[in-house]
Design a protein around this ligand. Structure first.
Ligand SMILES: NC(=O)C1=CN([C@@H]2O[C@H](COP(=O)(O)OP(=O)(O)OC[C@H]3O[C@@H](n4cnc5c(N)ncnc54)[C@H](O)[C@@H]3O)[C@@H](O)[C@H]2O)[C@@H](O)CC1
Ligand SMILES: Nc1ncnc2c1ncn2[C@@H]1O[C@H](COP(=O)(O)OP(=O)(O)O)[C@@H](O)[C@H]1O
Ligand SMILES: [K+]
Length: 483
């Protein structure tokens, strides 16, 4: 079933804390939420582990409070549980109440205590992490050699960025509450979390709605694919133009084949020279091929979407062509050579609809990537006015207005030459069908990941694929997006 945009919302730790405050201000009970959170952790844990010597590492805040609840609930079921507290909760807090209800063993927070555990519940810090993890907390988590279940996030993981602050342990399971955080999806956080369970702990809808989310998990529901009706004709499904050069003609062809398969009514490969035009004419019969120069095609206003960059040389001429197309008011996806040609000059990309840099291209255009890649992608979008797809295993799609989506359905086999060309073609094909740039970029990234997932269905982990394998899967990916 397609999730609603609100179910796809990601809240940062600060936003989640605001929801928490709104819930309490609206009459929700803090201790009840804590009991629900602890119960959700205990439930998820019992489903996956058998009773064994379990150590709860409890921090001083509400994350620790959740931990005391887990301890009590597991012990009630006969699990051998003990607690090691890093620091006592603040007197009078909800966590102090939960700690007071724990009557089982409290062990010193030492390496010896840890060495006896067969399972560790990390309830040290969650949304309240305010500085780098250091001292005994970091030392204890570094020493864990048994499965670790994280409450909310592995302690030390910054839920806003997915980056560890100082250190964060590898969890087998992370149970979080209400909404996912960007850090559950952004690398390395996604991998440090292990399996992620999102638990409903009864946070009131009004409290959740009091914070307008700016980040989302990328999935159908965040966008809708274009519809087709009897009144439509090929021109109403848009005309994509893709200049291609002799150096890497296959890149433009992959983009063109993808744009067609995702529903563009017409796709033209605009050859840079006559030899390339001859080569392109040997391609798919349904592809249109035009003789050089590509800019002659600008006279036809129906050529509304252009994909510029796959296989084009990173030369000033490529950037000049991009400027002419942008100034003619066309929707442009800038990729590959067009991005590299703009190295150190992000303003030259202004007016493009979508930019699709991988990390290397991003650094060339916008400068060294900061650790907070979500913020970096948003900055790039704000500077250029374009939707920026910062590609990778956790592609970030950022809009100039601050909205961002994080894609998490792309298998690592996509790291193969030409797969970015397919993505650029999908984005161009969807822009041509009048999807707004953010929706087109998000849909393209998701369909790309889904096509790869379908191509690998039933294959052992690590099975490779090539970019061409994505093409026959695009129809099934489309169907999956519209179910
Ligand atoms: N969001 C919600 O609506 C709910 C949140 N709950 C839990 O509450 C947690 C957040 O609780 P808090 O806001 O109390 O925050 P935490 O419990 O995450 O941490 C806050 C405490 O840790 C200390 N601290 C922070 N970083 C530190 C560091 N690097 N080294 C040493 N000490 C450090 C702070 O001084 C403070 O005492 C969530 O992660 C979740 O587990 C649940 O209890 C139920 C509901
Ligand atoms: N480890 C990975 N896991 C999942 N997807 C990946 C991974 N590495 C790259 N990708 C995806 O593969 C595509 C590669 O694009 P790019 O590097 O531009 O390749 P090319 O230019 O050769 O086509 C991007 O969509 C990117 O998000
Ligand atoms: K934690």
């Amino acid at each position: 079933m397609t999730p609603s945009p609100s179910a796809l919302a990601l809240l940062t730790p600060d936003e989640m804390a605001a929801v928490d405050r709104a819930a309490i201000a609206g009459g929700a009970s803090g201790p009840a939420l804590m009991r629900a959170a602890g119960a959700a952790v205990a439930r998820a844990l019992r489903k996956r582990f058998r009773p064994c010597r379990t150590l709860i590492l409890a921090g001083p805040g509400n994350n620790g409070g959740d931990g005391y609840v887990v301890a009590r609930l597991l012990e009630r079921e006969g699990w051998p549980v003990s607690v090691a507290a890093l620091a006592p909760p603040r007197p009078g807090s909800d966590a102090a109440m939960a700690a007071a209800e724990w009557r089982g063993p409290v062990l010193p927070f030492t390496p010896e205590t840890l060495a006896r555990a067969q399972l560790v519940v990390d309830a040290l810090f969650g949304a309240g992490l305010s500085r780098e993890l250091d001292g005994p907390a970091a030392a204890a988590l570094r020493a864990v050699r048994v499965p670790l279940v994280a409450v909310d996030v592995p302690s030390g993981l910054d839920g806003a960025t997915g980056e560890p602050r100082g250190f964060a342990p590898q969890a087998a399971l992370t149970v979080t509450f209400g909404r996912l955080k960007p850090g559950h999806l952004l690398l390395p956080g996604r991998e440090l979390c292990g399996e992620v369970v999102l638990a409903d702990i009864g946070l009131p809808e009004a409290a959740l709605a009091s914070v307008a989310p700016r980040a989302f998990r990328n999935a159908p529901g965040l966008w809708r694919l274009p519809e087709r009706g009897a009144q439509h004709h090929k021109f109403s499904h848009g005309h994509v133009t893709i200049p291609g050069g002799a150096a890497m003609p296959g890149a433009a062809r992959l983009a063109a084949m993808s744009a067609r398969r995702i529903g563009a009514g017409l796709v033209t490969l605009a050859a840079e020279d006559t030899a390339t035009a001859t080569l392109f004419r040997q391609g798919e019969p349904g592809l249109l091929v035009s003789a050089p120069p590509p800019e002659d095609l600008l006279a036809d206003e129906r050529r509304s979407a252009w994909v510029l960059g796959p296989g084009l040389p990173p030369r000033p001429e490529t950037l000049a062509l991009l400027r002419r197309v942008v100034e003619a008011g066309r929707h442009v996806v800038a990729d590959g050579g067009a991005l590299t040609a703009a190295a150190g000059q992000p303003h030259t990309l202004q007016g493009a609809a979508i930019l699709t840099p991988h990390a290397g291209e991003f650094a060339k255009v916008f400068g060294a990537l900061r650790r907070d890649r979500l913020a970096a992608a948003r900055m790039a979008a704000a500077v250029t006015g374009a939707v920026v797809v910062l590609k990778g295993s956790d592609s970030i799609i950022a809009a100039p207005d601050g909205r961002a989506a994080i894609n998490n359905n792309a298998p690592p086999a996509l790291a193969t030459a030409g797969s970015g060309d397919v993505l650029a073609g999908l984005a161009g094909g969807l822009l041509a069908q009048n999807l707004p740039p953010f929706e087109a970029a998000c849909a393209a990234a998701w369909l790309h990941g889904q096509a790869a997932t379908l191509a690998l269905a039933g294959a052992a982990p690590g099975t490779p694929l090539v970019a061409e394998d994505l093409l026959p899967q695009l129809r099934a990916a489309w169907i999956a997006a519209t179910r």
